[in-house]
Design a binder for this molecule. Structure first.
Ligand code: AHR
Length: 321
């Protein structure tokens, strides 16, 4: 009798305990729609728009209350957005960081508020990597190397190259430069004769290319652009200078957007190294796992591959962005 009384007391206690655990726990949070803040870089390129659409679409599919912020290319706007997400008490924050540095203070605020942060597409430099849950991104160094290798083969290891860099301080600009330089270092006759930022924008690529063509003229035999939008701008500048892009000047870039495939089909762009922007499903998987307190890998690398004119026609119809 005494024993069964104690047993029932125990079960009531266990039930109350599990209710308390569930009610105040991530499980309870999972039951109601999640509220997630997404601090996006901006809309500087077709790639960026594809990434935004992927995250918005996946959020809708999972019935997430998504708070979207476009930082218009400015880190200060992103930091403001993250602070506002924290003040609103969101369940998690996704950030595609404009630049690599300057994140520690705001990430500490998020950590203090126990809000997990998932980084997408671009990495950051912090002294304490517990400030974010995970990063889902391509390997930009390897993209730069792939572009270099492809170009070396195309030009028989000899070229005077104009490099169009992305946004200064951004992980893809830093790492695509590093990877490309490492890639061409094996070929003494492949030289970067000029390297300037076009800020990942088509207009930036065009302006920089116009100026560099005026300065270097026929000396330029190849262009390496850190993204397709700048390559497409450069192609316009090359045509306006009376040259044939893809023939007089070999053009190689990174991203793999539809416009790049169209330019390859028309013979104006020679090669693009794909960088997949369709990160929505992976980002929300990570958000859900982080909220549940699961341990995530510090980085998940998205696999990329190079496409050139020889395959562009066959794959263009199946491109999703
Ligand atoms: O971070 C990814 C890069 O950012 C893409 O290559 C580029 O198009 C974008 O703006």
């Amino acid at each position: 009798m005494k024993k069964s009384f104690i047993t029932s007391l125990r079960s009531v206690g266990m039930a109350a305990l599990s209710y308390a655990l569930v009610a105040g726990s991530p499980l309870a949070a999972m039951a109601k729609p999640l509220t997630v803040g997404f601090a996006q870089v901006g809309a500087e390129s077709a790639w960026r728009t594809a990434e935004t659409e992927s995250i918005k679409a996946e959020g809708t599919k999972r019935k997430v209350n998504l708070k979207f912020s476009d930082a218009q290319g400015k880190q200060e706007n992103q930091i403001k957005a993250v602070k506002s997400f924290i003040a609103q008490g969101v369940d998690a924050i996704i950030i595609a960081p404009v630049v690599e540095t300057g994140w520690e203070p705001v990430l500490r605020e998020a950590k203090r508020a126990k809000i997990p942060v998932v980084l997408v597409d671009r990495g950051i430099k912090v002294s304490d990597d517990s400030l974010y849950s995970t990063l889902i991104a391509s390997d930009f160094v390897s993209e730069g190397k792939m572009a270099a290798e492809w170009l070396a083969k195309k030009v028989n290891e000899k070229a005077s190259i104009v490099e169009l860099q992305g946004t200064p301080g951004a992980a893809p600009a830093i790492d695509r430069k590093k990877g490309f330089e490492a890639g061409i270092s094996k070929y003494p006759a492949m030289k970067i004769i000029a390297s300037q930022s076009g800020d990942f924008r088509r207009s930036g690529g065009k302006e920089v290319m116009e100026a560099l063509l005026k300065k270097y003229g026929n000396e330029v035999t190849a262009v390496y652009a850190h993204n397709d939008d700048m390559a497409l701008g450069a192609i316009q500048a090359i045509e306006e200078a009376g040259k044939k892009p893809g023939t007089d000047v070999v053009v190689v870039s990174v991203d793999g957007v539809k416009g790049a495939f169209e330019a390859m089909v028309s013979g104006k762009l020679n090669c693009t190294v794909e960088c997949n922007p369709l990160l929505g499903p992976m980002a929300f998987d990570a958000v859900e796992q982080a909220i549940k307190g699961e341990k995530l890998p510090k980085k998940t690398v998205v696999q990329d591959k190079a496409y050139d004119q020889s395959t562009a026609k066959d794959v263009i119809a199946s491109r999703q962005y």
